[in-house]
Design a protein around this ligand. Structure first.
Ligand SMILES: [Zn+2]
Length: 198
């Protein structure tokens, strides 16, 4: 098994000897198509897609347990209905992505950018969301039971009817966030900031 890209110390892409950075531009589209097809048809496979630029791609309803999407660009992607258990998406950018009904349970989602993403009815149970940004995101009816949201930014986010039971909201930013009927039972939220800005 190849541990490194043949041109640098980064891990190689799934079924390649190269990392995304060193994969020739001409081969990127073909590689993306193959990777997405594998995700759909074989599912439940652990793939390393770190650093890949998926801007606008559709992953609708794919099953990708153990997926590694560290630092990937998923801006504007359709990830609705996707199921990922114990995946690693630390540092991924998901601005404006459609994550409706996504299941990201017990995942590493630290330092992610969910700005203006649609997380309606998303299930992020037991995931780590440290320092992630949910500015203007729709988290209505989302399920964040036991999630660690320490230092996360929910400015202007919609948390209506969301379940944040037993989650950690230490030092979270909740300015202008909608918390109508949000379940905050047993939440740990010392040092929380809740200022309303004009
Ligand atoms: Zn490389």
């Amino acid at each position: 098994m190849i541990q490194h890209c043949t041109k640098c110390p980064l891990p190689p892409l799934f079924s390649s000897e190269l990392c995304w950075e060193h994969l020739p531009n001409a081969e990127r589209a073909e590689w993306l198509k193959a990777a997405l097809q594998d995700a759909y048809y074989y599912g439940d496979m652990s793939m390393n897609l770190s650093g890949v630029d998926f801007g606008g791609a559709s992953f609708r309803s794919a099953h990708m347990d153990g997926l590694i999407l560290r630092e990937a660009n998923l801006d504007g992607c359709d990830l609705s209905g996707v199921v990922v258990m114990k995946g690693d998406m630390n540092g991924a950018s998901l601005r404006g992505a459609n994550l409706q009904n996504i299941k990201l349970c017990e995942c590493q989602l630290n330092d992610c950018d969910f700005t203006n993403a649609n997380l309606n009815s998303a299930n992020l149970e037991g995931s780590d969301l440290l320092r992630s940004r949910f500015i203007g995101a729709d988290l209505s009816r989302a399920h964040l039971f036991g999630a660690d949201c320490t230092d996360a930014d929910f400015t202007s986010a919609n948390l209506a009817d969301a379940n944040l039971r037993s989650s950690t909201l230490v030092n979270c930013e909740l300015s202008n966030a909608c918390t109508d009927r949000t379940d905050l039972t047993d939440v740990t939220y010392e040092r929380i900031t809740e200022e309303n800005e004009e």
